[in-house]
Design a protein around this ligand. Structure first.
Ligand SMILES: [Zn+2]
Ligand SMILES: [Zn+2]
Length: 252
């Protein structure tokens, strides 16, 4: 069995604190085989991760967390950014044309960024959108107190069950993962098709300490510091980001 964390944010997301290299280093250190860097409406970090991942001995699927009109959607196996603000059905059709598949992250709760059951059921009635949505997160470490409805409904829905971290800080990577038969990104894709994934939830509560740690790192980020490492072997450290890197993550 392989393990994947298919929902991780890098500094290319406005609300995350680890560089792509720190994400890859941590993912390798905690024994993940496959990851997806899924920044908010931004794909450059994920493309970088896809290129760099072999140096860390893992695979990183090109991916993005796109904001549809109806809520967030994780697109996997895409190298082009789907436009934000489309309906869920239109976004799924777009992802399908790119050769990708999708997962509904932190679904069926009252969070403003989550897809509702009505949205998902309505998208399923569209024959072109239907086959693209392959999985739902039944366990998302960052929204775990809102996950129970997705867990209950998942029994009745034709989707692979996914556990993810939705990590915005490096130490959360892998705290929420998905097991699948095989080890590679292609094996993972097959497991999504066959609904043979097994979500492995994070065992501890998402504590106040974790929120404070994220706030601390966000403050550092405002001053130009991020969790980083210079090579595949060096430990992760808080490093000043170079001006050129800051320009790069700001430039759209
Ligand atoms: Zn989200
Ligand atoms: Zn997210």
């Amino acid at each position: 069995m392989g393990t994947a964390d298919l929902h991780i944010h890098s500094t290319y997301s406005h609300d995350a604190t680890s560089t792509v290299r720190a994400v890859l280093k941590q993912a390798a250190d905690v024994g993940l085989n496959v990851i997806a860097v899924t920044d908010h409406n931004e794909i450059r970090g994920s493309l970088e991760a896809h290129e760099l991942a072999p140096k860390y001995g893992i695979e990183s699927i090109p991916a993005v967390e796109v904001s549809t009109k109806e809520g967030h959607l994780v697109a996997l196996f895409v190298k082009t950014l789907p436009p934000a603000g489309l309906t869920l059905a239109d976004t799924l059709i777009y992802i399908g044309r790119l050769g990708g598949v999708a997962i509904a992250p932190h679904p069926f709760n009252n969070l403003p960024s989550s897809l509702s059951m009505e949205s998902v059921v309505s998208a399923l009635t569209n024959p072109r959108a239907k086959g693209v949505l392959k999985g739902i997160e039944t366990h998302n470490m960052s929204t775990q107190s809102f996950d129970s409805v997705a867990q209950k409904l998942s029994v009745y829905l034709p989707f692979a069950k996914i556990g993810s971290s939705d990590a915005h800080v490096y130490w959360a990577i892998g705290a929420g993962r998905t097991e699948f038969p095989g080890e590679t990104a292609q094996d993972l894709r097959n497991a999504l098709d066959q609904m043979t994934t097994v979500p492995i939830p994070y065992k501890e509560e998402f504590s106040t300490k974790a929120i404070l740690s994220w706030m601390h790192r966000m403050t550092l980020r405002k001053f130009g510091y991020a969790s980083d490492n210079k090579s595949a072997t060096q430990p992760i450290n808080t490093q000043k980001m170079s001006q050129s890197f800051i320009q790069r993550i700001k430039k759209k």
